[in-house]
Design a protein around this ligand. Structure first.
Ligand SMILES: Cc1cc2nc3c(=O)[nH]c(=O)nc-3n(C[C@H](O)[C@H](O)[C@H](O)COP(=O)(O)OP(=O)(O)OC[C@H]3O[C@@H](n4cnc5c(N)ncnc54)[C@H](O)[C@@H]3O)c2cc1C
Length: 492
């Protein structure tokens, strides 16, 4: 092998379309007449660590398999390696050098911004640069990179609305980069896969029902995104209805591992329809959700401490409850609050939870049970197919009041009111808490307050369905006291 290969390291960019690193890697290989070596590295910490999710690993594994098939159709392949990357990559470079590859090796990848990815990429750069490897990190995971958008004072944004305004101005609305028609061939000899299949087999069996998980792979994600474009104008009216399974895009899992380019999704919606007075545009609102994704990515990028502690440090002084029984009831969807239980059971069964239900269940854990948001954050990460460190952390800290742009802590969701507003016919609760299906609204949202309806339906609380584990009004007072005690020094 005279020309060492150009390496393309796939990470959270498992697609061929609108992929700047792929386009650059193919061009570099063609320029030099070099082979191209696409690789994927399985990180044991992400597969088997405490924040891993079998649902997510299953989705990832199937998507990696589909990417390999697509690459083979273009004359290439995907070489899967066992991580950690800091071990796998130097070993690979050694192998390529031993096969006769002299001169610099170019390695292309898409930038990733999570604390884990930053640490990994720093370590990899330190190890590979002395081995003559040039690293090229391209954009593609978010629409606007974290450093590209700062306030006039040069500080990161902590408030979403002005961020979104400026973000929209920064979107690159050009046409998507086409998927390559052909990919330069693999180096010979081709490095062998080193994947620990037994480890993957053990950690990629979904805990959710497999037929409820999103269809993996770029092809299905694109088809789904195309279909969603026909519904997006309805988004403003339908996105908050808990029982409406087609009211939101369900593209979060695909976006999480880069089966789709968020920039392409946004560019396809531009220009946004002009807003008439008082009108709510589904397209604008939906694009603004993609901006939330970028927003939380940049929050964690600029304030990595938020991954483990409160973004507003004073909130770390809150004295959380250690009631394990209450935590277990929340996790298993047996709190006695039907809309909370419905959300938690949807999560367990499907690896997904409606955004409104995420807010209701997170608020219930932190404000009604006064349990540390990190417990909920970790539980969500263990189940969500779209589990994303930045979006999940941002969502949890928003609900706990400790994050950017959070709602003031004294505004506490009432789960019964939320249920009445966003599940007006009780259809969501009926679907996920079937033991209450015979109840109509309003009884289905607060069964304890409707003894006659319970009798008529033959339901006994404490037998078929639990009594509420807390009284919301009392819990609210307890939470206000705990928050106010912790935050007192901040106000004085
Ligand atoms: C407590 C809590 C935890 C959350 N955890 C996650 C998570 O781990 N991963 C995740 O992707 N989203 C998370 N979200 C945000 C949101 O609930 C999901 O993105 C959304 O429900 C996914 O459904 P969808 O694809 O149909 O979204 P749509 O409503 O169709 O939105 C389109 C896309 O925008 C992005 N998006 C939407 N809302 C948000 C948001 N608030 N923050 C960041 N990005 C957003 C997602 O990529 C989503 O696919 C969380 C929200 C809360 C309140």
């Amino acid at each position: 092998m005279l020309n060492p290969p150009v390496i393309l390291w796939f990470r959270r960019d498992l697609r061929l379309a609108d992929h700047p690193a792929l386009v650059a890697a193919v061009a570099a290989a063609k320029d030099r007449g070099a082979p191209l070596l696409p690789i994927f590295i399985w990180e044991p910490g992400l597969i088997a660590g405490p924040r891993a999710s079998a649902n997510r690993t299953w989705f990832l594994r199937e998507s990696v398999t589909e990417l390999a098939t697509s690459l083979r159709a273009l004359g290439s392949d995907l070489i899967e390696l066992q991580g950690p990357a800091a071990t796998a990559l130097p070993r690979l470079i050694g192998e390529l050098r031993a096969a006769g590859g002299v001169g610099d090796i170019d390695l292309f990848m898409t930038r990733d911004h999570t604390p884990f990815a930053r640490k990994r990429d720093r370590a990899v750069a330190e190890l590979l640069t002395p081995l003559g490897v040039q690293l090229h990190a391209k954009r593609g995971l978010v629409v606007v990179e974290p450093e590209e958008l700062l306030t006039g004072g040069g500080t990161p944004y902590g408030v979403y609305t002005p961020y979104f305004r400026r973000w929209l101005e920064q979107v690159d609305a050009s046409a998507p980069l086409p998927a390559p028609k052909k990919i330069p061939s693999l180096p010979t000899p081709t490095p062998a896969s080193t994947v620990d299949q037994a480890l993957l087999d053990a950690h990629a069996v979904p805990t959710a029902q497999i037929d409820q998980l999103p269809v993996p792979g770029e092809r299905a994600a694109r088809a789904h995104a195309d279909a969603w474009r026909r519904s997006v104008s309805e988004y403003a009216n339908r996105r908050n209805t808990l029982a409406d399974t087609a009211g939101t895009s369900h593209l979060s899992a695909a976006l999480h591992i880069g089966l789709l380019s968020p920039r392409e999704l946004v560019a396809r919606q531009l220009p946004l329809p002009p807003l008439q007075e008082g009108e709510r545009s589904g397209e604008r609102l939906w694009v603004s959700q993609i901006a939330w994704r970028d927003f939380y990515t940049q929050v964690l990028w600029h304030a990595p401490h938020a991954a483990r502690s409160a973004w507003r440090p004073s909130y770390d002084a809150i004295k959380w409850s250690s009631d394990q029984r209450a935590l277990e009831a929340w996790k298993s969807g047996t709190t006695g609050y039907p809309v909370v239980d419905a959300g938690m059971r949807q999560l367990a069964a499907t690896g997904f939870m409606h955004n409104r239900a995420r807010m209701i269940t997170a608020s219930f854990l932190t404000k009604d049970l006064l349990i540390d948001w990190r417990e909920g954050e970790a539980h969500f990460l263990r189940h969500l197919v779209d589990g994303d460190i930045a979006a999940n952390n941002g969502g949890w800290q928003w609900c706990a009041g400790s994050g950017t742009d959070a709602q003031p802590y004294f505004r506490i969701f009432n789960p019964v009111t939320q249920a009445g507003n966003f599940d007006p016919d009780g259809e969501y609760v009926r679907r996920w808490v079937p033991e209450l299906a015979a109840l109509q609204t309003p009884a289905i949202h607060a069964p304890w307050a409707h003894p006659k309806a319970l009798d008529a339906a033959g339901i006994r609380l404490g037998e078929q369905y639990p009594e509420p584990i807390v009284d919301h009004a009392e819990a609210r007072q307890r939470t206000l006291a705990a928050y106010s005690a912790a935050l007192k020094p901040e106000r004085s």
